[in-house]
Design a binder for this molecule. Structure first.
Ligand SMILES: [Zn+2]
Length: 97
């Protein structure tokens, strides 16, 4: 399932769209959003950061630069995805390395 990443406008709460983005590091991107509401015109800056790993990479040469997600947070995410009708696979066993 692919979903479009968006943020709501801080001025009018209409979903915005990304005008441009740039990597600040291998785990942080800066994104510049513009509001989709005609007449609003708000533009804002977002920092998107990878902060933890839900499921580690199956690649034998993969680096693991981030800490694993807290177990309570993983369970809360699973419950929210399940209640939203989304398929969560984070508890599926990892493939053998
Ligand atoms: Zn707006």
């Amino acid at each position: 399932m692919t979903r479009v990443v968006t943020m709501t406008c801080p001025a009018c709460q209409t979903p915005g769209r990304i005008r441009s983005s740039a990597a600040l590091s291998n785990v942080v991107r800066v994104q510049y959003f513009v509001c989709r509401m005609l007449g609003c015109g708000c533009q804002w800056k977002v920092l998107a950061e990878s902060v933890s790993i839900l499921t580690p990479s199956a690649l034998p040469f993969a680096a693991e630069p981030l800490p694993k997600m807290d177990e309570d947070e993983r369970i809360a995410l699973f419950v929210s995805q399940k209640s939203a009708g989304q398929q969560a696979d984070m508890f599926a066993p990892s493939p053998p390395r």
